[in-house]
Ligand binder design. Structure first.
Ligand code: ADP
Length: 673
């Protein structure tokens, strides 16, 4: 029952003072420190929820305090009082008490110590008054400020959850856990905090032993399912029994001594992803509606931070994906603001491939506004800048071709496709482009030109000879001196063969390029084919072509095409070993494959050319060199034929010592009959 203040009209000053205390709900006390007897005013008794007018307790052990104060404040107050007595300070403190009905009250105390002549404290007279409302609003403000500051300081998912738990433990809970739903409906404990860190690993172990899922009969699962927060100001024995715990669970619950609990949902973009549980245990505190509000505020702030974190992750992942994409495409992607002719604006962006291609660190483009100009070939620079400027002025896309000089001095032929960057009004403010290394394309084009020159020359020679022989024959007919006609005709035949060979090579080239090289497969002995080819070619050369004895091996292949391969390899061996006397050919079996090797002792192939030798139009010597005439298509066709038969072709060569080409084909068992 609330204490009712009374006053009469002729009240004394003392009575008025009492009344003022009653109205302001200020409790007063008088503590005789020598006897330990404490007098409590009626208001003080109301404040503390104590019926007796007297309490007793020694200041030294402050047992009176520790019995009524909040477990966290009792020891602190004991220390405070001892210090105050020792240092002759006034009594001025704030502390929490837990009343009989388990509510927490914040009290402010003010008072004065009295000392005897020897300096010993003998009395403490003071007042206490309720400052719970002020403390709560301070607490709430402090919580809000700290939650906002801390939660906005991180974009990391785990860190945010950890902050949530720490804030909870600081302001509202002894325990705080965050549970998140995983795939397949399991609920995992992703963050946990307790006032006593030792208990964290213990709690984790318990959860590991007793996993929960979305269908478990727990408040966490229920809150995740319904999205509605749950508030249990008091956890009674009946509630524990109603949850039907197992023996083990009951033991744990008893040990934990839960006294109050709140579970609030955690959502990201409107979807419930988990729940935060706030537990009051050791403190014995019972949650008030005010705490429930704080818990919900914390959850909604956490949700906001998690949404930001998700957005941030999306953006960074997207950026990272783009960065990877750009650094993996074999082109330099760039963006530059300002007029090209100025070259003063730093490069806005340049993809990492530039570093790989040119050997210069990306920082060079970032720090030196003229760097892009310096790497352009001296002879191209002025033209390139002008062409970029023209594109900038015209506002239309354009293509610029030029040479770049790499850090190691290599010259790269590059082609830039660029577009104008417009501002909001459509005026040009910069250029963005893709620069590709077209050196190999340029080289191929060059080789093609050489090939055309060479092919025309090769075709012209037999045609010229044929014309000469025809004229001679005509003249002989007119003068009736045809004795030498058979010789001329034989020479003409040879020229016609050369022409026919050239034309068939050109035809093969076009067939290979259009993928129309037809194969007519049959079973035949490769050794026989090699022997026959050598026999045909031997009369055309002074080299001794030796066929080393081997097994009789059979293949299923196009006999004419494989014959063409052997002719190609033999004629190259002859052509490129003018000073040698012999050529060795062998046919062997290795790993269920036929292995044919043609070895010459000629000029050899430089290492740098080995990887290009099978490319179209590739020749070690350029078109102007007349020492070894050729078109650079024989090996290209050879490789195509071999690969179309599931075979391989390799070479080994040493300059001035000779070269061997080895091709393999799948072997077949000779079919009987
Ligand atoms: P080509 O008609 O020019 O001989 P190929 O495609 O047959 O065309 O050969 C390509 C190039 O490979 C030749 O130009 C030559 O430089 C080199 N080459 C081919 N075979 C040999 C060899 N046996 N020894 C040295 N160089 C060779």
């Amino acid at each position: 029952m609330k204490y009712q203040p009374q006053i009469t009209a002729d009240a004394t000053d003392i009575e008025r003072l009492f009344l003022a205390q009653q109205v302001a709900e200020i409790g007063s006390f008088d503590w005789d420190l020598t006897t330990g007897k404490i007098w409590l005013s009626p208001e003080e008794r109301l404040l503390l929820g104590i019926d007796d007018m007297y309490l007793s307790g020694k200041i030294e052990d402050a047992s009176v305090f520790t019995s009524i104060a909040h477990p966290e404040d009792g020891p602190r107050m004991k220390k405070y009082l001892q210090e105050a007595v020792k240092n002759h300070l006034d009594y001025d403190a704030e502390f929490r008490i837990i009343t009989k009905d388990k509510t927490v009250k914040w009290l402010k105390g003010k008072g004065k110590f009295f000392y005897d002549e020897s300096g010993k404290a003998i009395r403490l007279i003071g007042v206490n008054f309720d400052i719970t409302a002020r403390k709560m609003s301070e607490n709430s403000l402090q919580f809000k400020a700290q939650a906002t500051r801390l939660l906005s300081s991180s974009l990391q998912y785990e860190e945010i959850l950890h902050i949530v738990c720490s804030l909870a433990v600081k302001y509202v809970a002894d325990w705080c856990t965050v549970d998140v739903v995983q795939e397949y409906g399991t609920i995992s404990l992703v963050a946990i905090e307790h006032k006593d860190p030792k208990k964290i690993s213990w709690a984790k172990r318990i959860r590991k032993k007793n996993p929960i899922s979305i269908s478990s009969p727990t408040s966490t699962a229920r809150v995740i399912n319904t999205g509605k927060p749950e508030f249990y100001p008091e956890i009674t024995e009946e509630m524990i029994q109603a949850a039907n715990p197992t023996k083990d669970q009951l033991k744990i619950l008893r040990k934990l001594g839960f006294s109050s609990m709140m579970v609030v949902p955690l959502e990201i973009r409107g979807k419930i992803v988990g729940a935060i549980t706030f537990i009051s245990a050791e403190s014995g505190y019972h949650y008030q509606p005010y705490d429930f509000e704080i818990a919900q505020q914390l959850a909604s702030r956490a949700s906001l931070s998690l949404e930001n974190s998700a957005l941030y992750m999306e953006v960074t992942q997207g950026r990272e994906r783009l960065r990877k994409l750009l650094s993996n495409v074999p082109c330099v992607v760039w963006e530059r603001y300002g007029e090209p002719k100025d070259g003063l604006s730093p490069i806005g962006f340049i993809s990492h491939y530039a570093e790989e291609l040119l050997g210069y660190p990306i920082a060079n483009w970032d720090t030196d506004p003229y760097f892009s100009h310096t790497i352009i070939h001296d002879d191209d620079r002025a033209r390139v800048i002008q062409e970029y400027q023209d594109i900038y002025n015209s506002g239309k896309d354009g293509v610029v071709r030029f040479r770049w000089i790499a850090k190691d001095g290599r010259i790269l032929f590059v082609e830039t496709h660029c577009a104008v960057i417009p501002d909001a009004q459509g005026n040009p403010v910069g250029l963005r482009g893709v620069t590709m290394d077209i050196s190999s394309r340029m080289e191929l084009e060059q080789r093609k030109d050489d090939f055309i020159a060479m092919a025309s020359h090769e075709l012209k020679t037999p045609v010229t000879s044929l014309r000469v022989f025809t004229q001679v024959l005509q003249a002989s007919l007119a003068t009736n001196t045809l004795v030498k006609a058979p010789i001329y005709l034989e020479r003409m035949g040879k020229q016609i063969d050369t022409l026919a060979e050239l034309v068939s090579d050109l035809l093969d080239l076009s067939k290979v390029q259009s993928g129309k090289l037809a194969l007519h497969k049959e079973e035949f002995s490769i050794r026989d084919l090699v022997a026959e080819t050598i026999q045909t070619m031997q009369p055309t050369t002074k080299h001794a072509i030796n066929l080393h004895k081997g097994q009789d091996l059979w293949v299923l292949a196009d006999r004419n095409r494989i014959g063409q391969v052997i002719i190609n390899l033999l004629s190259n061996a002859i052509k490129y070993s003018p000073g040698a006397k012999e050529i060795d050919v062998s046919v062997k079996k290795k790993d269920e494959r036929v292995l044919v090797r043609v070895q010459d002792y000629g000029i050899g192939i430089p290492d740098a050319s080995k990887s290009h030798i099978f490319e179209r139009f590739y020749r070690v010597f350029d078109a102007t060199d007349k020492t070894f005439p050729g078109l650079g298509i024989g090996l290209y066709i050879t490789k195509e034929i071999i690969e179309r038969h599931d075979g391989t072709i390799t070479l080994e060569s040493k300059l001035k010592e000779g070269t061997n080409f080895t091709f393999t084909l799948p072997i077949v068992e000779k079919t009987k009959g």
